[in-house]
Design a protein around this ligand. Structure first.
Ligand code: XLS
Ligand code: NI
Ligand code: NI
Length: 436
């Protein structure tokens, strides 16, 4: 078979001393950390929309990405060529998983039926390529935000016919995800929100969104799809306000509409920062509810206010993410999906390799550092000690529900002013730096 990334062979682990830009310095897939291999911990995925379909235009200029394999047509044949390039890319980088939207991998036809037919044809090529290259689908999803019909949203559109069309699209996307052995399915409500409340019946739209998700749960059961459902929070962009604005808002919505048992969250770093949170905040909120599912691994730029979707290269950030992931017991069947794109200036195919290799190494390093911090134990010990007053005496009585306001008021009256210990933030920050 022809090769598209001819400058590069398979990316190998050479260790921290290597100066080869096409070698891993930290990601050694068979290395065991806390009882699992790095590959099992990290479960890397590349996303089709950025890797194969993002041509790197911006609002001020056209596409720059060089994709010599792509003839620019919307034919099924061209879609299959792209698929072959993608699987060669995954294999070269040693990335086990991938993710896609229905409309990234196959063209949209003049009718839903025609789109479905073309999707089926491309999916068969994907099935063949998965076998040939030993790659797996982490999750599938449907693009319910690009076509002009979704201008007012999909499941929250003011137009019922659009809701029906979106249902048809998700039905098919679930079926092809199942066909490809997908381990999950993501709902990201790209336009499920509003631009102005002047024209919006928020309560009615939320009821519709919940009804839509209940139907998806039904269909999942009907077809025997056992993959995990995820909601991906994002506060804004493209709309001014999206209903799935952050992890807490998603959890509340899922609980209110009796959906929580069917969904986990897919947390994206740059969406967390758009919501005014750190990614580790979102991970902790999800984990506390038993709903930490998967991660869209990228990063924003603190000087820019939008979803810049940059590749994750910040070791502090990957360390904090891996601390949360390890303490939550891991991500499987979720993974680390690089929902990330190159800068417009990085337009050569080989830049895709640099970008992914760097992200993988940054996470491998984050994993090793996080495991070392956990093995050292001082951070955990400090945190535990900070709550020692709850382990016995009045604290333990409160936690067990043995006392109420009467007893507590009596306790406060009978005891001197409580003594507080320092939070030691600076000392803990220094402790983390010992390991970076
Ligand atoms: C966009 C989202 C999107 C989802 C999949 O901001 O991150 O790419 O991950 O629909
Ligand atoms: Ni995403
Ligand atoms: Ni995003």
């Amino acid at each position: 078979m022809s090769e598209y990334f001819t400058q590069v062979g398979a990316i190998r682990y050479e260790g921290p001393e290597s100066r080869d830009p096409f070698a891993f310095k930290h990601y050694n897939r068979e290395d065991v950390v806390e009882g699992k291999t790095m590959a099992e911990h990290l479960r890397f995925a590349s996303c089709y929309w950025h890797t194969m379909r993002n041509e790197l235009s911006d609002p001020f200029g056209p596409v720059t990405a060089r994709m010599p394999w792509d003839d620019g047509s919307t034919t099924v044949e061209n879609a299959k060529v792209r698929a072959r390039v993608f699987f060669e890319f995954l294999a070269k980088c040693g990335i086990d998983y991938y993710c896609f939207h229905d409309r990234d991998i196959a063209p949209e036809g003049a009718s839903l039926a025609e789109s479905d037919r073309m999707l089926d044809e491309v999916v068969e090529e994907f099935a063949r390529l998965q076998d040939e290259h030993g790659r797996k689908l982490l999750w599938g999803t449907a693009c319910l935000f690009a076509h002009p019909r979704y201008a007012h949203g999909a499941a929250t559109s003011c137009e019922a016919g659009v809701f029906a069309y979106a249902a048809g699209q998700v039905k098919k996307a679930l079926e092809v995800t199942h066909r490809l052995g997908g381990e999950g399915y993501v709902f990201w409500g790209g336009r499920e929100g509003y631009s102005t409340l002047l024209n919006t019946d928020m309560k009615r739209e939320l009821d519709h969104l919940a009804a839509f998700l209940h139907m998806a749960v039904e269909h999942k059961k009907r077809i025997g799809f056992a993959g995990q459902f995820y909601i991906e929070p994002k506060p804004k962009e493209p709309t001014k306000h999206q209903y799935d604005s952050d992890a807490a808002a998603c959890l509340n919505f899922l609980r209110e509409y009796d959906l929580l048992e069917h969904f986990k969250l897919n947390i994206e770093t740059n969406h967390a920062t758009l919501a005014g949170h750190s990614v580790e905040h979102e991970l902790e909120v999800a984990a506390a509810a038993g709903a930490l599912g998967s991660i869209d691994a990228n990063r924003g730029d603190e000087l820019l206010g939008w979803d810049t979707d940059q590749f994750p290269t910040d070791i502090y950030q990957t360390t904090k993410v891996m601390l949360s992931v390890l303490s939550a017991g891991g991500l499987a069947p979720g993974g680390l999906n690089f929902d990330a794109k190159r800068r417009r200036e990085s337009f050569e195919p080989v830049d895709l390799i640099h970008a992914h290799v760097g992200g993988m190494d940054a996470f491998a390093r984050g994993l090793k550092i996080a495991a070392a911090i956990r093995a050292d134990g001082r951070l955990e010990q400090f945190r535990k000690q900070r709550y020692a007053s709850w382990d016995s005496g009045i604290g333990a009585q409160i936690e067990s529900g043995a006392v109420g306001f009467e007893e507590l008021a009596a306790h406060a009256a009978a005891h001197p002013e409580p003594e507080l210990a320092s939070g030691r933030q600076e000392m803990l920050e220094n402790l983390i730096n010992e390991f970076i």
